[in-house]
Write a protein that binds this ligand. Structure first.
Ligand SMILES: *Cc1c(COP(=O)(O)O)cnc(C)c1O
Length: 453
């Protein structure tokens, strides 16, 4: 493809000055790179005017598409008031309004909102909050966190400590604090044979064993509910989050849900917790909160946890955490406009039918020779590619099958991102049926061409 002079020039400067996240820059500088200049609806447009369907919601955060007038107007209106003022010692209007709205839609019992700027920070805050709760209450021995294997909670040192993706984070091992792992459900790669409810019991037993042994020194169990995203879209058996709730109650420790990926309609309900009417003690949200417009995150918790931080000034029980841009008014305005749109456009109601059609179309992919597993929860999908579906033998990572599939899809006008050998689909909730169908078709053809071609 012939690139314009403008694109070539920008690409050269990118390669000269930038360092991209999760990227082997040695490969980056050799390849043609895509530079996005604009977007509209579920499409992105590059510097040569070529359009691409955004199949991963600009990394799992876009909700209503790009160039959404209502969100843009809300941000512009706020800009004419003030862009930012600190939240340390001062308050602001959008942050107050948004907190009230978040508490209204959040699972029951979550009554307090602590803002930050990214999912990693929302998790970091949850960890510190839960830890300090026990310290403030005089339970000084509680220092451990229980986590699931294959978990992803962000890239800061604290959130990596409770994460479990060795591929990314192995190198940082010496810097991390100790945590207690529980084997996460992963039906496709588990040797367990039996029914879904049998598998639920099997996974619950593993969780209970660890909780029973460590509960007294444990601060909290941290997990992504319903589906572990970055691990490769690995879903949990029905009932697992309810069991996690019952067991953390039984053994008297906290339950932290990281809904950074699953929140704001992604699974078909406001929160993944809602599928089983579970209320965690702490809930972390980010990605979809502003509809994909600005950086904002929040950690919600109960009045009980909040109250353990109350005391006279010199007791030093306050929560000593905060960032420069905490509760940024522009971001909070975008979030309010995002929530308004959910109601006005009946996003969740309309999503149900789209999820059904999406599943039907995805079923067609089972006929491909190298599709081992297809996992879907709402608008979160993982397609696991394997060398041999009978033995489930994986592709060697060196073969970069996932990367090759997304390169093929890009030629056909779709932007995706793989997680190893898993092809991830995370379309904006606003994606139209015709676009969704196109997305699935392109994925099917791209997988076929790379694995069967
Ligand atoms: C993306 C993600 C994070 C990290 O969020 P950032 O905003 O990228 O820091 C944490 N937890 C889960 C489940 C995520 O998907």
């Amino acid at each position: 493809m012939d690139l314009s002079k403008k694109t070539k020039d920008l690409a050269a400067r990118d390669k000269k000055y930038l360092w991209h996240p999760f990227t082997q820059m040695q490969d980056w500088v050799k390849d043609d790179i895509l530079i996005i200049e604009s977007g509209s609806g579920c499409y992105l447009q590059d510097t040569d005017g070529k359009r691409y369907l955004d199949g991963v919601s600009s990394l799992w955060c876009n909700v209503h598409g790009h160039r959404v007038r209502a969100i843009e107007q809300a941000i512009q209106k706020q800009l004419r008031k003030i862009a930012h003022s600190t939240f340390l010692g001062l308050s602001n209007i959008p942050a107050i309004q948004l907190a009230e709205r978040l508490v209204k839609i959040a699972p029951k019992g979550l009554a307090r909102v602590f803002y930050s700027d990214s999912g990693s920070e929302a998790v970091e805050i949850a960890l510190k909050m839960a830890f300090q709760y026990w310290q403030n209450r005089g339970e000084k021995k509680r220092r451990k966190f229980i986590r699931l294997t294959n978990a992803y909670h962000g890239d800061t040192i604290g959130s990596v400590s409770v994460g479990g993706i060795d591929l990314f984070h192995q190198i940082y091992q010496p810097l991390l604090f100790n945590t207690v792992p529980v084997q996460a459900p992963y039906r496709y790669r588990d040797s367990f044979l039996g029914t879904e409810s049998g598998y639920l019991d099997h996974c619950t037993k593993k969780l209970e064993k660890v909780l029973r042994k460590h509960a007294k020194e444990t601060v909290a169990l941290v997990m992504e509910p319903l589906m572990q995203g970055a691990a490769g879209m690995i879903n949990q058996p029905k009932g697992y989050i309810s069991r996690a709730r019952a067991l953390t109650r039984k053994y008297n420790t906290f339950l932290i849900f990281d809904e950074v990926a699953t929140g704001f309609g992604r699974t078909g309900k406001w929160f993944a917790s809602d599928h089983e009417k579970v209320s965690p003690d702490i809930l972390c949200v980010a990605k979809g909160i502003t509809g994909g417009y600005l950086a904002l995150a929040a950690t919600l918790t109960t009045e009980e946890i909040y109250e353990a931080f109350l005391g006279s000034y010199q007791e030093l029980k306050a929560f000593f955490h905060g960032h420069t841009y905490t509760a940024n008014p522009l971001a909070c305005r975008a979030a309010l406009a995002n929530l308004d749109l959910f109601r006005k456009e009946k996003v969740l109601e309309r999503l149900q039918f789209k999820i059904k059609r999406f599943s039907e179309w995805l079923k067609e992919l089972w006929s491909l020779k190298h599709v081992g597993d297809i996992r879907q929860v709402g608008f979160m999908v993982g397609i696991e590619l394997v060398r041999n579906p009978l033995t489930k033998e994986p592709y060697d990572l060196k073969e970069q099958v996932g990367v090759r599939v997304i390169k093929q899809a890009r030629k056909k006008g779709v932007i995706l991102r793989p997680l190893g050998n898993v092809i991830v689909l995370m379309p904006p909730l606003a994606m139209r049926l015709s676009e969704l169908k196109f997305l699935v078709n392109v994925v099917r053809e791209s997988i076929r061409e790379v694995t069967e071609g």
